[in-house]
Ligand binder design. Structure first.
Ligand code: ADP
Length: 271
């Protein structure tokens, strides 16, 4: 990965005079590779559900129409696959929207506590199958400046992942608390955990620890890439601590200057 790519150009000036131009194009090559991988990944992710849909549609065209139970199964599978394509396209749009607008319009008040209480309800609905114990610990006075929809998507991705990647009956805790002058959001689970060499790459687009299994959970592999982008716009970074077999902790802090209701250097009231 640390290889250098150089481009050489030799120009001749009349007899026996040459100019050698050496250009370091390492970064250019890397960007080109990232773009190629991205296109290949998107194509693959969209083709997989399309292949399944096509398969079922072909069966339906058969003269010997399958019985009602088969129809029901086909219907469910096709619905699942269409939903999967829809969420992939939605997440791609979210990602490109975040990347496209270099300067963001921060909203003066983002009511994070209200947002997290809503998320708590949604999490409980999503949790019906797995029956985890999910505990939310929210400081109701803690609001920030930022982009509401982006923050909502960061909170939601982390909570949804904890539910998805923790075996049934697990324990999940979500907290939004003041720590010194910062606001800290944390999701802890006692799920499957992640090995260190995977942790480093989790926020890459389409990176998944177990491709097949993650896909079965309805994942697109874009969730944490979105979280990373959202956080970098809010001057923050995703912290991941995880131990295979024990569980994971995903957290981030919103810096003091974006936290409301306190005097900080940057808001600068003069003495
Ligand atoms: P996906 O849509 O596949 O969930 P994400 O970008 O949200 O994509 O997550 C990337 C990968 O990180 C997941 O496929 C999963 O392997 C791993 N992962 C994320 N959250 C957790 C967690 N709480 N516990 C274990 N693994 C996780």
């Amino acid at each position: 990965n640390d290889q250098l790519t150089l481009e050489f150009n030799i120009m001749s000036y009349g007899a026996e005079q040459y100019l050698l131009i050496v250009r370091d194009i390492t970064q250019l090559k890397q960007l080109e590779q990232i773009r190629k991988d991205f296109v290949a990944n998107v194509s693959h992710e969209l083709r997989t559900p399309l292949t399944v849909l096509q398969g079922y549609l072909e069966v339906m065209d058969d003269e010997h129409l399958p019985d009602k139970a088969m129809w029901k199964k086909a219907h469910n599978v096709m619905l699942d696959q269409t939903k999967r394509m829809d969420s992939l396209v939605q997440q791609l749009l979210t990602l490109s929207r975040i990347e496209a607008s270099a300067r963001v319009q921060f909203e003066p008040i983002v009511d994070v506590p209200v947002m997290l209480h809503q998320l708590e309800q949604e999490a409980q609905t999503l949790n019906r199958e797995k029956q985890h114990s999910i505990r939310f610990d929210i400081d109701d006075s803690l609001k920030v400046t930022g982009v509401t929809e982006e923050l909502r998507s960061a909170f939601s991705n982390l909570v949804t992942n904890a539910i998805k990647y923790t075996p049934a009956g697990g324990e999940i805790s979500v907290s939004w608390q003041r720590q010194h002058l910062k606001a800290v959001f944390a999701v802890n689970d006692n799920g499957e955990g992640i090995a260190a060499h995977h942790v480093k790459r989790l926020t890459e687009r389409f990176y998944r620890v177990d491709q097949a299994r993650a896909r079965n959970t309805g994942g697109t592999g874009l969730g944490l890439a979105i979280v990373k982008h959202v956080l970098s716009r809010h001057n923050s970074r995703l912290m991941i601590f995880s131990e295979p077999g024990k569980g994971s902790s995903f957290s981030f802090s919103i810096p003091a200057e974006l936290v409301l209701g306190q005097k900080t250097k940057n808001r600068g009231e003069k003495p």
